[in-house]
Ligand binder design. Structure first.
Ligand code: ZN
Length: 295
C-alpha cells in the first residue's frame, strides 16, 4: 500500500513528467508559408511554437519580406522552406538575418516535375499531392528531432498519425476521381499550381488559351476560351479571376460547361474560410472538382 505521502509524490512525479512543453521553452520553428506552418504544427504539437512568414490568404510568389521577417528568422531554431524556387526571396532574407538555424527543404526526396511552360524550371507546388506531403512530414519530423531530441517520440507519433491521415486523404481523392468517366476528367483553369495534383489524381488542368494567368480575361479572351471548351469538349471551367459574372454565364450558356467554384493552391484561408488546414484545402478542392465533373 502506498502511504498518502508516497501517493502525493507519485502524482507530482506524473504531473511533472507529463507536463506539456508549453511551460518549458518551446522550440521556435519558422515556416515560410501557411501550408508548411500547418504541417509543422501537426508534427510538432505542443513542443513547438510555429509561425509562418507568409500567412493565410497571401501569395508567397510575390511576397516582399520586411526587416521584421529577418528578425523572425534570427529568432527561429529551425526554418522550414518548400524549396524548388518557391521562396525566391528567402536566401537574401536568411543572409540578412544572420541566422545559424538549420534551413530545412521540406521537398527533399520528392520526384520533382517541371513547371508548365518554358525554361524547364522545377514546379514548386509539390504539396498538391498528398503522397508528396508524406515526404514533407518525414523531413519535418527529422528536423524537429535533430533540434529537440527529447521530443523524438512525440514527433514520431504525431508524424505517423498525420501520415495515416494523408494516406486516407489520398485514397479518398483517388476513389472520388475514379467515379468520374475518364473523358470528363478535364477542366480549364487559370491556376498553374495543379501539375502535381494532375499527376497524382488524373484530373487534367488545361490553361485557357492565349490568356495570361495574371490579368483578368477580357470579353475577347472569354470568346477564345469558349471556342477552346467546345473544341476540346471540356466539361467544367474554373476561372476565378473573371470577376464579371455575365462573362461566365455566357461561357456556361454557349458551351454547356459547368462553372466551378474557388480552388485553393498556395495558401490556407483563415479559420473562417474553406481551407484553414492542409487537409481541408485538399478536400475542398477535390469536392469542387468532383462536383463540377460528375454527371
Ligand atoms: Zn503558385
Amino acid at each position: 500500500m502506498l502511504s498518502r505521502r508516497h501517493l502525493l509524490a507519485a502524482i507530482v512525479a506524473v504531473l511533472v513528467a507529463g507536463e506539456p512543453a508549453a511551460a518549458q521553452e518551446r522550440l521556435k520553428v519558422l515556416a515560410t508559408f501557411s501550408i508548411l506552418g500547418d504541417l509543422v504544427k501537426n508534427v510538432g504539437g505542443d513542443r513547438v511554437e510555429v509561425a509562418a512568414l507568409v500567412g493565410p490568404d497571401s501569395d508567397a510568389h510575390v511576397y516582399a519580406p520586411s526587416p521584421a521577417d529577418a528578425r523572425k528568422i534570427a529568432d527561429a531554431k529551425v526554418v522550414v522552406t518548400n524549396g524548388l524556387g518557391f521562396e525566391g526571396w528567402m536566401s537574401r532574407l536568411v543572409r540578412a538575418s544572420g541566422s545559424k538555424a538549420p534551413i530545412i527543404v521540406a521537398t527533399n526526396g520528392i520526384t520533382v516535375r517541371k513547371a508548365a511552360g518554358a525554361r524547364g524550371d522545377a514546379d514548386p507546388h509539390a504539396w498538391q499531392s498528398a503522397a508528396n506531403v508524406k515526404v514533407y512530414v518525414a523531413n519535418i519530423r527529422d528536423a524537429l528531432t535533430a533540434a529537440d531530441p527529447a521530443g523524438r517520440e512525440l514527433f514520431q507519433a504525431n508524424a505517423a498519425a498525420y501520415i495515416a491521415k494523408l494516406d486516407g486523404l489520398d485514397a479518398e481523392i483517388k476513389s472520388a476521381v475514379a467515379a468520374i468517366p475518364v473523358d470528363r476528367r478535364r477542366i480549364i483553369s487559370g491556376h498553374d499550381a495543379f501539375g502535381y495534383f494532375q499527376e497524382a489524381y488524373g484530373i487534367e488542368f488545361i490553361a485557357p488559351q492565349g490568356v495570361s494567368t495574371e490579368a483578368e480575361p477580357s470579353a475577347r479572351d472569354v470568346a477564345r476560351i469558349i471556342t477552346q471548351i467546345r473544341q476540346l469538349k471540356i466539361p467544367a471551367v474554373f476561372l476565378e479571376n473573371v470577376s464579371d459574372p455575365r462573362l461566365m454565364q455566357r461561357v456556361a450558356q454557349e458551351t454547356g460547361a459547368r462553372i466551378g467554384g474557388k480552388l485553393y493552391s498556395d495558401a490556407l484561408t483563415s479559420n473562417k474560410g474553406d481551407a484553414p488546414t492542409y487537409l481541408d484545402l485538399m478536400r475542398h478542392n477535390a469536392r469542387e472538382l468532383i462536383a463540377a465533373l460528375a454527371h
